[in-house]
Design a protein around this ligand. Structure first.
Ligand code: ZN
Ligand code: ZN
Length: 99
């Protein structure tokens, strides 16, 4: 029985010269880590969960992480207009047309 020569299944040899950075949040070293540049700082993350943990603004009302557009009122972030209104930012609106 001939051996199938499935060279496509062979994982590529990792290049050791490529600098592998560890995640700024959890310290995990992952070859598919990515960098996020915000202002003049560059962050390295191994996953989006860590990026959100570090960079996503927190809703000032319900304290969830704002990972969508959210809404901002006087420099304070909210996850939605409902939270902004609940926090006294009466003019805040979601980015959808209200009828
Ligand atoms: Zn991480
Ligand atoms: Zn909220």
């Amino acid at each position: 029985m001939p051996q199938p020569r499935n060279s496509a299944a062979t994982p590529p040899t990792p290049s050791l010269s490529q600098q592998v950075k560890s995640c700024d949040v959890c310290g995990n070293i992952y070859d598919k880590s990515f960098e996020v540049k915000m202002d003049d700082r560059t962050f390295t993350f191994d996953c989006f969960e860590c990026a959100i943990h570090e960079l996503a603004p927190e809703c000032a009302h319900c304290h969830c992480r704002v990972i969508g557009h959210g809404t901002e009122s006087n420099g304070v972030f909210f996850c939605c207009a409902h939270c902004a209104r609940g926090h006294g930012a009466g003019s805040a609106r979601d980015r959808v047309d209200e009828h």
